[in-house]
Design a protein around this ligand. Structure first.
Ligand SMILES: Nc1nc2c(c(=O)[nH]1)N[C@H]1C(S)=C(S)[C@@H](COP(=O)(O)O)O[C@H]1N2
Ligand SMILES: [Mo]
Length: 302
């Protein structure tokens, strides 16, 4: 996984019929999905051109219910949030539990750029050039103990700065969770930037989870606590409506939301010209992550 821009190509995008990309960029892309060994490929490939959304789009159309439920509320209100100093408590089944200062974490982590598709369960999507580090590196820093099976995450609870927390739209603080193997997967990152700038408050400053093959609500923002546990942790949207939002929430065009189709998505951008594009299984990361769910009925574990 040495590519600078990981997963701007997936195996699904690589066919032998077209020639949109230079061989060099194809291989650069493939290196990102662990296929760098395929150097003898006879011809160039057709790739989905993953065109990143603009900074403006990514930072003005948000879900962050701590700042209101409207898509423009986070951009309007999130300036109220104080993000320094920032502490992440890492506890539970780890060798080195404690309060980790954001700066100390940053000093130890390798920040990379990752161009990822981002798919909200509401059937809109963007393409975001994140900066961040692999969650696995942080978990390894804390030392995951052998009995741990899940990772639980918690967002800051500070109603003075997060007016949405004075409402009962969700039970606060916002919580999320992953299975340990999902959390350790190299595609799973803690994002700290967008387009090389510090991540704006409305996108989850100073650090938020990004799990690109899952619906956006799994990618919890403004994280203050990470707990290793042996039990499946509660998650905010599952707790709010378990029939509509499962623990796994892998992007899946074949499993509709009870109230709408998940077969396609509206790609934000272009105003009236926003396009509808087909939704990809595991949001286009099937090659990398499908094996995590071998033998699981994805209609049951939605
Ligand atoms: N703490 C917290 N994290 C959250 C949310 C939220 O309301 N609160 N919304 C989730 C949802 S539904 C989505 S789609 C993404 C949106 O991320 P973005 O605003 O950076 O696009 O954040 C997720 N993380
Ligand atoms: Mo979402």
């Amino acid at each position: 996984m040495a590519g600078r821009w990981k997963n701007d190509l997936t195996e699904n995008d690589v066919t032998l019929e077209g020639s949109y990309l230079s061989r060099r960029s194809l291989l650069a892309g493939m290196a990102g999905v662990g296929l760098a060994g395929v150097t003898g490929l006879p011809t160039v490939a057709k790739a989905e051109a993953l065109k990143a959304n603009t900074f403006e789009e990514i930072t003005s159309y948000n879900n962050f219910y701590e700042f209101g439920t409207g898509k423009d509320d986070p951009a309007k209100n999130a300036h109220m949030l104080t993000t320094a100093p920032w502490t992440v408590k890492i506890d539970g089944m780890v060798d080195k539990p404690g309060d980790y200062q954001f700066e100390d974490i940053m000093a130890k982590m390798t920040i990379e750029e990752r161009l990822y598709r981002f798919r909200c369960v509401e059937a809109w999507s963007m393409v975001v050039p994140w900066n961040g580090f692999e969650l696995a590196d942080l978990l390894n820093l804390a030392g995951v103990q052998s009995g741990a099976k899940y990772v639980a995450f918690e967002t800051l609870y500070r109603p003075e700065e997060m007016p949405g927390q004075k409402t009962r739209v969700l039970k606060w603080p916002y919580v999320e969770g992953l299975r340990l193997d999902e959390a350790m997967h190299p595609l799973t990152i803690m994002a700290t930037g967008i387009y090389g700038k510090d991540i704006p408050n409305q996108n989850g400053a100073p650090l938020r989870l990004v799990v690109p093959w899952k619906y956006g609500f799994k990618s919890i923002k403004s994280v203050v606590r990470i707990t290793l546990t042996d039990k499946e942790p509660p998650t905010s949207w599952n707790r709010a409506n378990g029939r509509e939002y499962g623990f796994y929430s892998n992007v899946n065009p074949e499993v509709d939301h009870p109230r709408w189709s998940q077969a396609s998505e509206r790609r934000i951008g272009g105003g009236l010209f926003a396009k509808r594009v087909p939704t990809l299984k595991f949001n286009g990361y099937e090659t990398e992550v499908a094996s995590l769910y071998d033998g699981m009925d994805l209609t049951k574990f939605y």
